[in-house]
Design a protein around this ligand. Structure first.
Ligand code: F6R
Length: 607
């Protein structure tokens, strides 16, 4: 997490840096700062809080055409001004911003203190700036000073370093993303492609172990070990620039309403109506390979893992291939057994989640083939996998994921269909599914035009001390997603359980008036879910029921929220919508910061 932006060129840097930070704010918003070099002096402006707070303390004009900026998600050290980046060396000659974790910072810090250097804050990043300055003081070049320092460091970094006496920036990457945008007599550095699109389409993605010396008109790339290498220039997709709030009050609401179009994007050109199959070119899978797949493993974190669970069920149902979802952070630490013939899918909106990246590396190391199911084009997971499917949600700015979730489910549905057609799914079944899938964006629109009594549900949950979410089959992960959304946005403790499991423990929580959200589309499990509803009502619970339009199960609800009818395998794409809105409106009602929930950040690039 944390966002880095840097500039060196011919324009005044301050406005560019602040705008870059604004676009990266979703990566962390505990504190923020900029440093600018001008006429042999570096000016620093830092504050606790968001980019808006920084703007309010900035002087009208801070000259300088070179600078670095940072928005922080605190890992080591509290949310204080001292811990805010950019950090400055003891002698004032080096300034840096860092994203990542320095694992051996204690040892490094002790040795710096032993040399008489005072540590100003508690961050692990601060050891880097003093160490680089110590090396520089020995008379070596800025590049050598950074290289020597990083060789002593264990951990992860995306690093941008500025020097008082040198007209250049040094960038380095190991585990935390960094991208250099090359312009005409100017260079931009960013943690992700978003802020670059308004300046240049030509970018260089740094790889792990890369070190770059950047001047306003040159980029020299080498490895940490020293060998120089060629910088591969990629061209950015212009779509990534369109991420403004427009008239919407929050990005989350905007993104909820973008879901129909986002799903159209995801489906478009990827289905073969004639054969009743999916056509995911980027998977580069031949039919004879698909036939032999022994099992599928899906990996992700948070919402991505929940989308993966739905994908897992769809793969088992359509293709009859065993499929299992793993939380990436657990999977990689459990010395997993990898079958080279199996398919591994890494699901991630950002493509930068450190735990998912580490799981991909573990699988690849053991000879497994991993496919990315990713939103951000050119992200680390996309490049690491080299094959897979982009979900094409467009930029998702709200920390809470919405349109990426539905598009992950959409892409995994098409994949399951493609896999299924090589096995058990008949052409007619495939065609029926395709027809229904193509209807889903319209159905989403029709629901979003008339969302039902969400506010009645909000009234029940906003005053509750906890909320229970229930569902069965494909609706069990949907219930989980609803619980995650309400919890992360409104800070209300939520539990999600497969409805049948409720009586094995969670039911003890129920008392008169407890809100229970039940997801019960009209599938083969509805009758069983009904039993759970009765059991909850018998204990005085108030049922908020997400069900299909016209279904008589609505009579069981205290608050009944109907969604349009759809094929039973596609229900998650609709039943999740009221849950997203419920979480959104509850957070607004409680006065929470919807797009920037406390303690969270969008792109979790640390373990
Ligand atoms: C929840 C949410 C997170 C992310 C998780 C994985 O709304 O957004 O749970 O889903 O941090 O992130 P990605 O998908 O970028 O790997």
């Amino acid at each position: 997490m944390c966002g880095i932006f840097g500039y060196i060129g011919h324009q005044q840097a301050l406005g560019l840096l602040v705008e870059g930070l604004r676009r990266l704010e979703y990566r962390g918003y505990d504190s923020t700062g900029v440093a600018l070099l001008n006429d042999g002096e570096i000016s620093y402006h830092r504050t606790v809080g968001k980019v808006g707070n920084l703007q309010s303390i900035l002087p009208a004009n801070v000259p300088g055409s070179q600078g670095i900026a940072h928005t922080r998600w605190a890992t080591h050290g509290g949310v204080t001004l001292e811990n805010t980046h950019p950090h400055r060396s003891f002698d004032g000659k080096v300034t840096l911003v860092h994203n990542g974790i320095i694992e051996n910072y204690r040892a490094l810090s002790k040795s710096l203190i032993a040399r008489g250097i005072e540590m100003v804050g508690e961050t692990d990043s601060e050891v880097l700036v003093h160490s680089i300055a110590l090396e520089l003081a020995k008379g070596v070049s800025p590049e050598t000073s950074v290289r020597r320092t990083l060789k002593r460091v264990r951990g992860t970094w995306g690093l941008c370093v500025m020097f008082l006496e040198h007209d250049l920036l040094i960038c380095a990457r190991n585990g935390s993303p960094l991208i250099i945008g090359t312009g005409n007599g100017e260079m931009f550095i960013s943690s992700d492609p978003h802020p670059l699109t308004s300046h240049t389409q030509q970018v260089v993605y740094l790889e792990d172990g890369d070190l770059a010396v950047v001047t306003k008109d040159s980029l020299k790339l080498s490895s940490l070990q020293g060998g120089s290498q060629e910088a591969n220039i990629s061209t950015l997709d212009e779509d990534w620039g369109e991420s403004d709030l427009g008239d919407a009050p929050h990005f989350m609401l905007k993104e909820i309403y973008e879901q129909p179009d986002a799903l159209r994007q995801c489906i478009s050109g990827r289905i073969d109506r004639e054969m009743g199959s999916g056509r995911l070119g980027g998977m580069q899978l031949q039919h004879n390979t698909l036939i032999q797949v022994p099992h599928v493993r899906l990996l992700g974190c948070g919402t991505a893992a929940i989308a993966a669970e739905i994908g897992q069920m769809l793969i088992e149902r359509m293709a009859r291939i065993p499929a299992v979802t793993h939380i990436a952070s657990e999977y990689r630490n459990n010395d997993p057994v990898i079958n080279p013939k199996a398919l591994y899918l890494a699901v991630s909106q950002s493509g930068e989640t450190a735990d998912t990246i580490a799981a991909v590396k573990e699988i690849k190391l053991k000879g497994g083939q991993v496919f990315g199911v990713v939103n951000v084009v050119g992200s680390s997971i996309a490049r690491l996998c080299g094959q897979g499917v982009y979900i094409h949600s467009g930029p998702e700015q709200s920390v809470a994921s919405t349109k990426a979730f539905t598009n992950m489910v959409g892409a995994l549905t098409i994949f399951a269909m493609q896999l299924g057609r090589t096995r058990h799914l008949s052409k007619d079944q495939g065609r029926e599914l395709i027809q229904e899938l193509q209807q889903v964006p319209h159905l989403m629109e029709s629901y979003l035009e008339n969302v039902g009594p969400i506010d009645e549900a909000v009234e029940l949950v906003s005053s509750a001390s906890s909320v229970l979410y229930l569902g069965r089959g494909l609706s069990a992960p949907v219930a989980k997603e609803g619980a995650l959304k309400l919890m992360e946005l409104a800070y209300i403790p939520c539990l999600a359980y497969p409805a049948g499991e409720m009586k094995h423990g969670p039911m003890a929580l129920l008392e008169e008036g407890s809100p229970v959200v039940v997801v019960a589309p009209n599938d083969h499990l509805k009758e069983k879910t009904l039993s759970a509803i009765h059991e909850c009502k018998a204990r005085g619970a108030k049922i908020i029921l997400i069900h299909e339009q016209g279904d008589e199960i609505a009579e069981e609800a205290h608050v009944s929220i109907p969604v349009p009818k759809v094929h039973p395998l596609l229900t998650p794409l609709l039943t999740v919508l009221p849950l997203q809105l419920m979480a959104y409106r509850t957070a607004v009602l409680l006065g929470k910061d919807v797009d920037r929930p406390r303690n969270l950040a969008k792109s979790v690039t640390v373990e």
